[in-house]
Design a protein around this ligand. Structure first.
Ligand code: GN1
Ligand code: MG
Length: 376
């Protein structure tokens, strides 16, 4: 592996002598390496990533979006003299491109890109890993709210759609039905009860997509607001940078909020199998909402506010659909670490969904109170 990577990195403008290549196993889609360089006795790190081109079929479009969005963020941070927050910085190839194309031994194209490594930060897969989870949930919500705020005045028509229908719940639902029909595996048969329950929820869970572009505005959103896509300062816990910008495209604020809470405020990892450990932590949810709303309440429309709580349910429902569909299709989308990994993931998200349903009233009350407090 290192021989190939050594060849690839020659084509990027890294400075110094390479001392180490490490693989980073976070992320379900792209492959990431951390490169350490010695630049005149100064240690400098970079991230090198192979874009999963089965998922992102237009890698140049992905990079164009990222370049535009990060330039916008850099400009805004500079204007506001903000020295705390950062964004990704693309390292160009030696021929000044955003991507290096490597032709592998099977004659296929592999696309690589590089970024500066953002130092002194940590990213969490679960808030249970940390001592002060409530503060971190607040910071996580604030980080994605702030990200959205920074992009509020970004000209949305400049952005391409890197994955079509990414949060289109109805399309995800149809994909599940197709997977059952196509029978690439027989895995659907063992989960008929869950599939019937999912069918019974599609109407309610389509409410956001049905109103998108009408009473719910289309905004520039991140669309993959997993907890580990926030880099937090190791000492202060402040969210320094939002990473994984491949899916930044036109979307809804509600996708970001719902997916963020689903991911950050669940009591467990996405593949925890002990049902007793899988639930939404209400305290963390409230802290997350507080952080998010502090940054966004004055720009959200009434319909967005109305659907905030429901978005947590809808985005969790979407993940059940996606993991289950991939499981039935024989695991072609998400990276898996063992054969039944996607089964464990979809069951986990399904139990989380059931728990969220019991907590929505309390969450909606909290949202109303918080917005009233912020407005007064
Ligand atoms: C993927 O790559 P990662 O782990 O940040 C996926 C998200 C899912 C998530 C579930 C492009 O995100 O949509 O919510 O896995 N990203 C893409 O763990 O499909
Ligand atoms: Mg990620």
């Amino acid at each position: 592996m290192n021989e190939k990577i050594s060849e690839i990195i020659k084509h990027f403008k890294f400075s110094g002598n390479l001392i180490k290549i490490e693989e980073n196993n976070q992320g379900n889609i792209n492959k990431t390496y951390v490169l350490t360089y010695d630049d005149n006795k100064e240690i400098k790190k970079y991230l090198l990533q192979k874009i999963n081109s089965n998922v992102f079929t237009e890698p140049y479009l992905v990079m164009k979006n990222i370049e535009l969005v990060t330039n916008h963020i850099k400009k805004k941070l500079k204007e506001e003299n903000d020295t705390i927050h950062k964004t990704l910085n693309i390292i160009k190839t030696t021929d000044n491109k955003n991507l290096y194309t490597f032709i592998n031994s099977d004659g296929e194209k592999e696309y690589y890109r590089a970024f500066d490594f953002i130092e002194n930060c940590i990213s969490y897969d679960s808030l249970n890993e940390s001592g002060d989870s409530s503060k971190l949930a607040y910071e996580a919500g604030k980080s994605f709210g702030f990200f959205q705020k920074l992009l509020n005045d970004f000209p949305i028509n400049l952005l391409g759609e890197t994955i079509k229908d990414f949060h289109n719940t109805k399309k995800r639902f149809n994909d599940l039905l197709l997977s059952i029909e196509n029978k690439i595996t027989n895995r659907a048969y063992d989960h008929a009860d869950i599939i019937i329950d999912l069918i019974s929820k599609i109407k309610e869970c389509s409410l956001i997509v049905d109103s998108l572009g009408k009473s719910i505005p289309v905004r520039v959103t991140h669309n993959d607001t997993k907890l580990n896509n926030i880099l937090m300062d190791k000492e202060t816990c402040v969210g320094v940078a939002i990473i994984d910008l491949d899916t930044v495209m036109p979307g809804s604020s509600l996708f970001d909020l719902g997916d963020g809470i689903r991911s950050a405020c669940s009591n467990s990892f996405e593949d925890e199998t002990d049902k007793n450990k899988i639930f939404l932590n209400l305290d963390l949810t409230k802290s997350y909402l507080k952080g998010f709303l502090e940054e966004t309440y004055d720009s959200l429309t009434q319909d967005e506010i109305t659907y905030l709580g429901l978005s947590i349910k809808i985005l969790t429902y979407e993940l059940v659909l996606r993991f289950l569909t991939d499981y039935i299709n024989g695991d072609t989308y998400f990276k898996i670490k063992y054969p039944e990994h996607n089964r464990d993931r979809f069951l986990n998200q399904y139990y989380l969904l059931q728990d969220i349903e019991t907590k929505l009233d309390e969450i909606n009350d909290y949202i109303e109170e918080t917005i009233n407090d912020l407005k007064n």
